[in-house]
Design a binder for this molecule. Structure first.
Ligand code: RFL
Length: 396
């Protein structure tokens, strides 16, 4: 039996203060909804977690539409050219003037999250930091709950009319809905690096090297993200700074005329490329948004964008349900969101095949190498292929 002070009631309880949870909570607060966000980490951790940087035009529009784009409009930068570099060829694609003719906006995820948090608190939202959601229940009732434990070890129960699972791919919400219908481990691991140095080029660089993929993504004037495909058995420590810069130099075809601007590696982690696709994003009154819905590889920079788009869809559905007693959009939520997720998965997989050489023990390796080269040739020369790439690269 719960004592009264240990039960906190809201209209919507949001699990997770990432882009999905914070956009959702901002939109709900804007219509006067009582909404509590539960976040297991500290505010400082959440505001400093560097992840995404490339925002699609559709996600930027969502943020602008809801008064959440002040920071990115002031400090973000437009990005519209990417470059493919191999040992024997280089080419640029001005994707901002191909396909649907739209650029990316580069704005580091931690800055966006910081802005979203500040705005949510300004709108009167509640965020409970260092509060871990440990269990959810009564999902098929009209009063589902989340059981939490805070940093002091206090266990409480948060109830709401709906729960929003925005707690990422490994969160407890994803485990409470029907399991993924399809799972794919791509067998590829990246060493993801943040380097304290200005970008080496204004462009995103994709190193398509027989030895493995390397990527260069501008983030800000003094921080650059690099990726290096590595052995799945590697640890971050198996890469000394010397080894990192040697591999980046080779795979990104850097030269004395186009050198890499070096600096200390300030963060390194391993990212295993995995995909998970679900048929349903809902169990009763628990609905998922963002990474909780789908594990997606960062190869096409879709995750944060899917999170923002899904948060807007979910906010609309919950507002219709709770303000107008209309459950149609809640019932249609999975069917509305899944096509977006599936297209992002398809293009991310297309990018994985383009960027990575086949595994050396793949019996089809020679064949795969020929296909990859032909695809790159086509991308370098065919306007139709370039339009397809550009439309999908910025689309969501
Ligand atoms: P998040 O950001 O993971 O937030 C989930 C939050 O939930 C909290 N949490 C819990 N809280 C309470 N109780 C629990 N039991 C909890 N369990 C978890 C976590 O602490 C966390 O704060 O999910 P969200 O909001 O769905 O956002 C998804 C994005 O973060 C993610 O898709 C992107 O970062 C992916 N991604 C990129 N996406 C892009 O669109 N463009 C990019 O350029 C891009 N670059 C990247 C990326 C992901 C990367 N990694 C590290 C996988 C680059 C990298 C290296």
């Amino acid at each position: 039996m719960w004592c009264k002070s240990d039960v906190i009631d809201s209209e919507v309880v949001v699990l997770g203060a990432g882009p999905a949870g914070l956009v959702l909570a901002n939109l709900l607060c804007a219509v006067g909804m009582r909404c509590t966000v539960l976040e297991r980490r500290s505010r400082e951790w959440v505001e400093n977690r560097a992840r995404a940087g490339f925002l699609a035009p559709d996600s930027v529009e969502v943020l602008r539409r809801h008064g959440l784009a002040e920071g990115l409009d002031r400090y973000g930068s437009t990005h519209e050219i990417c470059e493919f570099r191999g040992p024997d060829r280089k080419f640029e694609l001005s994707y901002g003037s191909l396909g649907s003719g739209r650029p990316h906006t580069v704005y580091p995820q931690q800055l966006l999250v910081t802005d979203l948090l500040a705005e949510l608190l300004r709108r009167g939202g509640t965020v409970e930091f260092e509060t871990t959601a440990e269990a959810v229940g009564d999902l098929d009732s009209d009063r589902p709950w989340v059981q939490t434990r805070d940093a002091a070890g206090r266990v409480r129960r948060h109830t709401g009319q709906f729960l929003a699972g925005c707690d990422g791919a490994r969160g407890i919400a994803a485990a409470a809905v029907p399991p993924p219908a399809a799972i794919r481990d791509h067998g590829i691991t990246w060493l993801a690096l943040l380097v304290q140095a200005p970008p080496s080029s204004a462009n995103v660089l994709y190193g398509v090297h027989p030895e493995g993929f390397a990527g260069h993504m501008p983030r800000s004037a003094d921080i650059t993200r690099y990726y290096l495909q590595c052995d799945p058995e590697d640890t971050p420590e198996s890469w000394s700074e010397q080894r990192v810069w040697d591999a980046l130099t080779r795979r990104l075809a850097a030269t004395d005329q186009e050198p890499l601007s070096r600096g200390p590696v300030v963060e390194r982690s391993l990212v295993r490329l995995r995909s998970e696709i679900r048929d349903s994003l809902r169990q009763g009154r628990l609905l998922l948004a963002g990474d909780a819905c789908t594990a997606i590889s960062p190869s096409a920079a879709k995750g944060a964008n899917l999170a923002i788009m899904g948060a807007e869809l979910l906010a609309r559905a919950l507002t219709a349900a709770l303000r107008h007693h209309d459950m149609t959009a809640v019932d249609r939520y999975s069917a509305d969101y899944l096509p977006m997720i599936q297209r992002a998965q398809e293009f991310s997989h297309w990018m994985i095949e383009l960027l990575h050489p086949p595994a050396p023990d793949d019996p089809q390796a020679a064949y795969q190498r020929v296909l990859r080269r032909a695809r790159l040739d086509s991308l370098a020369t065919s306007r139709h292929h370039q339009d397809f790439f550009a439309e999908n690269y910025v689309g969501i």
